[in-house]
Design a protein around this ligand. Structure first.
Ligand SMILES: Nc1ncnc2c1ncn2[C@@H]1O[C@H](COP(=O)(O)OP(=O)(O)OP(=O)(O)O)[C@@H](O)[C@H]1O
Ligand SMILES: [Mg+2]
Length: 226
């Protein structure tokens, strides 16, 4: 399955979500490739520190993306592709190959309004590919006092894009994670709330990716004693 983080608006959380998602999927026991399709290469550099066991591939241009993604999809359970903040042709190539597009969007009316433009390439792809990739909006950097207004729901509905129930709130810990080369659920008590919300998001959008935790030896012993 190829999952792309897509929003041609910059700084909305694509790289942060892609690194966390790749790490979470690997922790569920899946084989994962991170395709870093942004010239800034921040997701591959971050993941090399956070989860060096995960394979990363840098795909520089649209042609390489179109050519390489099907093969990578064969080689791994999940390909997580981090898209660029602006390059339309790169986004187009990703969306022409993706199975699922996660569209992070900051939670403000201005940002939601700008989504029509930022998702134009997504709609072209869905038009060409009979509705594919499936796409959902993920609200990111949500402020403490934020309420999901009817206006925002309407704007998303007008684009034909569902909003995930789980949203990511604005938290310093997300901004600290790349500097520490890690993910929020490995940052101790400070990261607990962020860990919970981002795991809820992944469970909501990829329920089939959840693998049951293995029984710990102690639990097995106890069940024998009964
Ligand atoms: N939930 C959050 N709370 C606070 N800061 C965040 C959150 N998510 C991301 N950030 C920070 O906001 C900045 C932009 O996030 P990120 O790099 O993930 O976005 P992006 O969409 O990949 O940007 P670009 O389009 O430039 O590639 C980064 O400094 C990141 O650490
Ligand atoms: Mg990025």
């Amino acid at each position: 399955m190829i999952i792309v983080l897509a929003n041609s608006k910059g700084g909305v959380g694509k790289t942060s979500i892609s690194v966390h998602l790749a790490t979470w999927l690997a922790e569920q026991g899946h084989s994962v490739v991170l395709a870093d399709c942004d010239a800034q290469q921040s997701s591959s550099e971050w993941l090399a520190e956070a989860a060096p066991e995960i394979r990363t591939v840098r795909l520089a241009d649209p042609s390489a993306i179109l050519d390489s993604l099907p093969q990578l999809d064969q080689e791994a359970d999940f390909v997580v592709a981090d898209g660029p903040g602006s390059n339309t042709e790169t986004s187009r190539a990703l969306l022409l190959r993706a199975d699922l597009a996660l569209v992070p969007c900051k939670a403000s009316m201005l940002e939601v309004r700008a989504l029509a433009q930022a998702t134009a390439v997504l709609r072209q792809s869905q038009d060409i590919r009979q509705g594919r990739p499936e796409a959902v909006i993920v609200l990111s950097m949500v402020g403490k006092t934020y309420r999901l207004t009817q206006d925002m729901k309407d704007a998303a509905a007008a684009l034909g894009l569902p909003l995930t129930k789980a949203a990511l709130t604005l938290k310093q810990i997300y901004a600290d994670a790349p500097g520490q080369g890690t993910v929020v659920w490995r940052m101790g008590a400070r990261g607990r709330d962020a860990a919970q919300e981002i795991e809820s998001l992944f469970r909501e959008v990829l329920p089939h990716a959840i693998r049951p935790k293995k029984l710990r030896p102690l639990a097995v012993l106890k069940s024998f004693r009964k």
